[in-house]
Design a protein around this ligand. Sequence first.
Ligand code: SAM
Length: 291
Amino acid sequence: MKDLTGQLFGGNWTEKKLEILRKYLESYNIALKNQPFERVYIDAFAGTGYRQQRSHLYGNFAIFEEFKKDESEKFLKGSAKLALEVNPPFHKYIFIETDGEKIAELEKLKNEHPEKKIEIIQSDANEFIQSYCGKEDWANNRAVLFLDPFATEVEWLSIEAVAKTKCIDVWILFPLMAVNRLLAKDPQKVFSERLNSIFGTDEWFERFYNTRTLNDIFGKSEEIVFKACNYQGIAQFYNERLKAIFSGVAEKTKVFYNSRQSPLFQLFFAAGNPKGAPIAIRIAEHLLRSI
Ligand SMILES: C[S@@+](CC[C@H](N)C(=O)[O-])C[C@H]1O[C@@H](n2cnc3c(N)ncnc32)[C@H](O)[C@@H]1O
């Protein structure tokens, strides 16, 4: 089902994800409000600014008008809209999206906030980030980047470009279930290129696959390669990759599960600026623990 004013995705965990983001943006702007930097919010997978919530999620309360209104207003906002409402505000907002129809919705959102400096960019997020990070004036700017893809779109090259600025804090929704599927049980069927692009290395193979020698009764031996990793191991590897390039990485993360209790995504936080990292990590870990 598609609706131009919003999009259907996520479950209850979507609210948690957005609440963590919203609270972080608020704390970030409070913490930096007396600093001379221009604060930028970058939403690299921006969507439309709104989400369409299945009505049964607030069904029982829908008979009361006031509940209906509260629930719908609370649940319908997507990351872009929430970021625009954060107080104190950012100096600039950059919304990136590939889909033309969603871009049109973002333009409407921009018109709803004429007082705000908003750039809407129709582009692949990776392309934009890699070029923007190298061009922006990082002596005078600080940014928070939200990477909220549907699946495995985020390239390690983008993460590296972000870390290199030393001025961007980033929230990454890592597609745990999708990556686990790319790591096929049959080593012949592993999606190596995509995994290299996500992890920025091919070391995942050594980490996630083991070799065993099987001897048959005729004395012939055969090397068997088999998958030897779980969700925790995948997340641990990604965390180590982040730690190698960022000033700080939150040890605490949040796993989001689907209705069958299988891990879908894991939310990571990394801080870019060496001076700001300790406080940024403290705030992020508090939010990851308490929401
Ligand atoms: C999970 S949704 C984002 C939801 C949004 N953060 C929110 O809270 O409303 C992912 C979005 O990324 C867009 N998208 C997919 N691939 C992209 C890419 N390579 N670059 C930029 N946007 C992309 C999709 O069209 C979709 O709107």
